[in-house]
Design a protein around this ligand. Structure first.
Ligand code: NAD
Length: 359
């Protein structure tokens, strides 16, 4: 029996996670899959209820689970709190506690949504790339960090640091993923300026020598940002550090037209993982029933594929999402003329029905 921890979080988080739990219940009856779902607190709601964004109980439950399914955290209500109490700290904390070092973000453009991209259709139609971001190291965690006063001047500083084992581990994850796809891996760094990137490139090249079946290339991050917008289909898998990956994966996200369609997976060395939509808590539409649940459904599909060993269920969810888009159903964020606008619950029910009909 698989154990899943559901962490709704804030804003639209609970709305989309409620639907994901309905989806998992349907999967249980359709595919003879059995799971136990626990619920936990994270983010602003955890600050309100227990005084910190990542309660110990949540960490305990997450460590016992095979997979964590997360909604989103954050919102204006908590923006003025001290940094260590901010909802986002809960996310950084759980990634570190679970050792989630690899963040997998596919940017796939469903053909039905090609017109929703801000780029020309021929640039993005059929796009299918995967960005792998290192998640537990680099400048977001490096010490020393802080602010101080030097000679009457305020100074802010962070440290971008990577050990060779950390680089080798994430680059190897890149090779493993590329091998299952188009066998091309592009390692992204800033080796022309940063010493830490110099080491990144050296180690990536060494790991490449152990993976000769996958073609390795290197690219500076500024060029990678340009190429992602100019000709994104040239990439298969990209692997990069925490800061560069944060920015590039959001850039890739926009190629697909809607942040409401993008799933992500974060994996640790034992194969357990946390699965979450790329978008945030969308405070502007929270409570209106308009949130697109599909990024969360596609995240659940990744959970079945990567942590629960059920690629068949993942395929069924992906296919059902495609079938519903084919029928012309759209939430507001992906709406285009000639389609029918639906809310969170109607979109979710349509996907579940499509899965039932296919099964
Ligand atoms: P956001 O992703 O929440 O929203 C950006 C825009 O996209 C908004 O207009 C929103 O309505 C829309 N949107 C997002 N998800 C949608 C969905 N599923 N369906 C339809 N429309 C959707 O980003 P933001 O506004 O910059 O941040 C809001 C809060 O979320 C902040 O507190 C931020 O810190 C937090 N945040 C959390 C995460 C996370 O939990 N992983 C990620 C990013 C931002």
């Amino acid at each position: 029996m698989s154990k899943i921890l559901a962490l709704p979080g804030d804003g639209i988080g609970s709305e989309i996670l409620d639907e994901a739990i309905k989806l998992i219940a349907a999967v249980e009856s359709l595919f003879g899959f059995q799971c136990e779902i626990e619920h936990g607190l994270i983010g602003g709601i955890a600050v309100d209820q227990v005084g910190k964004p990542l309660p110990d109980e949540t960490v305990k439950l997450a460590k016992q689970a095979d997979a964590v399914l997360l909604g989103a955290v954050g919102g204006p209500k908590w923006d003025t709190l001290e940094r260590h109490l901010r909802p986002e700290r809960g996310l950084l904390g759980i990634r570190a506690e679970l050792g989630l070092f690899a963040n997998l973000r596919p940017a796939i453009l469903f053909p039905q949504l090609a017109a929703a991209s801000t780029l020309k259709e021929e640039i993005v139609a059929g796009l299918d790339i995967l960005i792998i971001r290192e998640l537990t190291g680099g400048i977001y965690f490096g010490e020393p960090r802080g602010q101080k006063e030097v000679g009457g001047n305020r100074v802010g500083f962070n440290t971008m640091v990577y050990q060779e084992e950390e680089i080798a581990r994430i680059v190897q994850a890149g090779f493993d993923a590329a091998r299952k796809r188009g066998s091309r891996l592009c390692s992204v760094d800033k080796a022309n300026v940063l010493d830490v990137s110099g080491l990144w490139r050296e180690v990536a090249t060494e790991v490449g020598q152990e993976n000769p079946d996958v073609e390795l290339s290197h690219m500076y991050v500024d060029n990678a940002a340009m190429q992602l917008v100019r000709a994104p289909k040239q990439f298969d898998v990209m692997v990069t550090g925490n800061l560069f990956g944060d920015i590039l994966s959001d850039c890739a996200a926009m190629l697909t037209g809607s942040i409401g369609m993008l799933p992500s997976a974060s994996l640790n060395e034992s194969g357990a993982g946390m699965y979450e939509p790329v978008h945030g808590s969308a405070p502007d539409i929270a409570g209106t029933g308009k949130a697109n649940p599909l990024a969360t459904f596609l995240s659940a599909a990744m959970m079945f594929r990567y942590s629960l060993g059920r690629a068949d269920i993942a395929d069924a969810i992906d296919t059902a999402v495609g079938a519903v888009l084919d029928k012309g159903l759209r939430t507001g964020d992906i709406f285009s003329a000639g389609c029918r606008e639906v809310g969170t619950v109607e979109m979710s029910d349509a996907v579940i029905n499509a899965m039932r009909q296919a099964g």
